[in-house]
Structure formats: structure tokens, C-alpha cells
Design a protein around this ligand. Structure first.
Ligand code: FES
Length: 130
């Protein structure tokens, strides 16, 4: 049994050495930019999701936080009627009804104060929607 475990550990170690370096961000923001046609259900893209994403990138760059903070555009995250939607990792904070003017406050609150922006938080029953 010890021999098998040693072989497994050796193989895992070998695999780990081959995995490319993945940067660890302090905060990773996922912003929904999903866009539906105006006659369809609401969507974050139609609720300034693209402008919000652009504003996040602008604020991150202006403050030199590129290696510390990541932001990615995503497809639908679920609670479309509350868009624009943002989910933040590793904390698992969800925001709704976010507008581009909120970007600076959200980023500063997470990066500098290490806390969420209460007024934009989504309730748990909304964030469990699929
Ligand atoms: S379109 Fe953004 S959460 Fe569904």
C-alpha cells in the first residue's frame, strides 16, 4: 500500500510541475454581459452590462490593480431581471442592479476596505436561481 501511495504522490508531483502557472487574484469579478433582443426577457447586456464591464477594466487599470484583480465578462448568471449582475470570488458575493457608476465604489470597497457594498447585494433566494 505504501508503495502505491508513493507512486501516486510521485505522479501527482510530476503533473503539478507541468501545470502552467495560474495567477492568484485577490478578487475575481464576473460581470454578466449577456444580451438578448429587446422583445425577449431582460438581460444584463441591455442593462448596461457592457458599459459596466468596460468601466471595471478602466478603474482597475487606472489604479494599477491588474495583477491583483481580475474581471471577466460572462454569459447569463441566472437572475436576469436584476441585471446587471456581478458575482465576486472567492467571497461569493452577488450584486444586482449594478450600473457603470457603481464600478469605482465596488472595486474600492473590495480592494481597500475588504467589504461588500451592502446597497447592491442580492438576496440569497435570488442568487440560488439557476
Ligand atoms: S442576462 Fe445577466 S443574469 Fe441573465
Amino acid at each position: 500500500m505504501r508503495c502505491v501511495m508513493r507512486v501516486i504522490k510521485t505522479r501527482i508531483s510530476h503533473l503539478e510541475s507541468r501545470i502552467p502557472f495560474m495567477p492568484k487574484y485577490d478578487h475575481h469579478f464576473f460581470i454578466c454581459t449577456n444580451t438578448r433582443p429587446p422583445i425577449a426577457n431582460p438581460s444584463c447586456g441591455a442593462s448596461n452590462g457592457h458599459e459596466l464591464f468596460a468601466k471595471f477594466r478602466e478603474v482597475i487599470e487606472q489604479n494599477g490593480w491588474q495583477g491583483k484583480i481580475a474581471v471577466n465578462a460572462t454569459s447569463c448568471l441566472g437572475p436576469c431581471e436584476k441585471g446587471s449582475i456581478i458575482v465576486v470570488y472567492p467571497t461569493g458575493v452577488w450584486y444586482g442592479n449594478v450600473q457603470p457608476d457603481d464600478a469605482d465604489e465596488i472595486l474600492r470597497s473590495h480592494v481597500i476596505d475588504e467589504r461588500a457594498v451592502e446597497r447592491l447585494l442580492l438576496h440569497e433566494d435570488v442568487t440560488t436561481l439557476s
